[in-house]
Design a protein around this ligand. Structure first.
Ligand code: PHE
Length: 451
């Protein structure tokens, strides 16, 4: 018997769940770094312009594909055109790869919350704390399993009672915490204002084509595109909710949190070590530089704990969206029970994630293409599969399915004000932008260029 498809209860639920996916580690550990590196205000302007055109169109396309077919990526592309089912299959593979290693990082975040709460702030400020922690074999796996288990617990509860409910609690709290930390930093850190100016003032001398390339890549990752997530979430969206307005709101949320993360991080890092300290991004910014800065701040243990709790919310809502997509894809194909499916995905991810975690300790000698396991999974999914999926999607929508089909879906709920732009972007602009992302991310993974 066909089961009724789950759905979000309304617009707020949908927007917050999608924003929960979009707001993740990338907003916190990469956006501020890129903004500082590529000219401050000018980077912000380029980013916003791209979000309103390129990001907007790709997101509308994915949500509309999901809502039209009421299926997760594999079924959705097959339903639209059998010849293009391969796009759905590739898209569905991405969250399977990302979920385990993203959760390994989620485990590191829990470890740091525990560390700050139990007063180990000064130990965590040492240069080698992080590397020796991830270099230990057992403990990171335990925290990773906890993070993975929490993710699974929410997904087991279902779309409305799990994913939506958690997003409705965590996302507003996340905003409050980011604003709180940003204000705290400005008050507590001497010289923070210079950092604020450094962040916001456009520095045209740092503007180059790389500003645009970096903004494009970041936007693409930040909006959780090309991994089946927005298709899946779209499939849970009711037909009377405006896709266009919801997309704008998700973008405002995602870019807003990214901007605020910059306000929270850049002034503190800038006051601490000037431009040079700003050259760290990713794990080294979050787990090495920031704990050092917290240790020098008044109330540092408290603010460190608050910061990592905030990061935890951001990471958990993203991993939930990854797992929901994997589970939904399986449930669309095999009519099994959700709980059983979640247990299966949990076990599989625990195994794969354990490999990633061991890549820093017992298996640190194992490398693929010269990369550690976690970096390799990250490379395959982010730098290769995602741009290919996005490129294929925009060409498929632009020239085979035709933008009109999706425009009609959007217009079921409201007037589609930006439909002309949507058509042009999906057909001509998006493929070019994505090709640039693909080439630049491969070159940067192999160290030919540095973004
Ligand atoms: N959009 C998330 C971020 O900016 C990334 C992400 C989300 C990755 C969901 C995977 C899955 O960090």
């Amino acid at each position: 018997m066909e089961q009724k498809r789950s759905s979000f209860t309304g617009k707020i639920g949908f927007v917050l769940a999608a924003a929960g996916s979009a707001v993740g580690l990338g907003n916190i550990w990469r956006f501020p770094y890129l903004a500082a590196k590529y000219g401050g205000g000018i980077f912000l302007l380029v980013y916003i312009a791209l979000a309103l055109t390129f990001g907007f169109s790709l997101m509308v396309a994915e949500i509309a594909i999901g809502r039209k077919t009421k299926l997760s990526p594999i079924g959705a592309f097959r339903a639209l055109n059998k010849k293009f089912s391969f796009i759905g299959i590739l898209a569905a593979i991405v969250p399977v790869i990302i979920l385990p290693y993203y959760s390994v990082i989620g485990g590191w975040v829990i470890k740091y919350i525990a560390g700050f709460v139990t007063g180990q702030g000064s130990a965590m400020a040492s240069d080698t704390y992080f590397s020796s922690y991830i270099g230990s074999t057992a403990e990171p796996i335990v925290w990773f399993a906890l993070f993975m288990g929490l993710t699974a617990l929410v997904v087991i509860l279902g779309v409305d009672k799990g994913v939506e409910k958690v997003s409705k609690i965590m996302m507003p709290l996340l905003i409050v915490l980011v604003i709180f930390i940003a204000i705290y930093v400005m008050i507590a850190v001497d010289g923070a204002w210079e950092g604020v100016i450094y962040y916001i003032k456009p520095d045209f001398s740092k503007f180059s084509i790389m500003t645009v390339v970096a903004a494009m890549g970041q936007l693409f990752y930040s909006m959780s595109l090309a991994m089946g997530i927005m298709i899946t979430f779209g499939s849970y969206m009711k037909k009377d909710i405006s896709i266009e307005k919801s997309t704008h709101q998700i973008e405002i949320f995602d870019s807003g949190i990214a901007f605020l993360s910059g306000l929270m991080i850049i002034p503190a890092v800038f006051a601490f070590g000037g431009e040079e300290a700003l050259s760290a991004s990713g794990p080294s910014l979050m787990f090495v530089t920031l704990p050092k800065i917290f240790a020098t701040m008044p109330g540092g243990s408290f603010i460190g704990a608050v910061f990592f709790i905030m990061v935890f919310f951001a990471a958990l809502t993203s991993s939930i969206s990854l797992m929901e997509t994997v589970v939904s894809t399986i449930l669309d194909k095999f009519k099994i029970n959700r709980k059983l499916c979640c247990v299966f995905v949990l076990l599989f991810s625990l195994v794969l994630g354990t490999f990633s975690s061991l890549g820093y300790s017992a298996w640190s000698g194992v490398t693929l293409l010269g990369m550690q396991l976690l970096d390799f999974f990250d490379f395959i999914s982010n730098s290769i599969l995602m741009p290919i999926v996005a490129l294929a999607t925009s060409i498929f929508v632009g020239f085979f399915l035709k933008p009109k089909t999706l425009i009609e879906e959007v217009e079921l709920s409201s007037k589609f004000k930006a439909k002309k732009m949507f058509e042009v972007v999906i057909r001509y602009i998006a493929p070019v932008c994505i090709l640039v992302i693909l080439i630049s991310s491969v070159l940067s993974a192999f160290g030919v260029i540095k973004i």
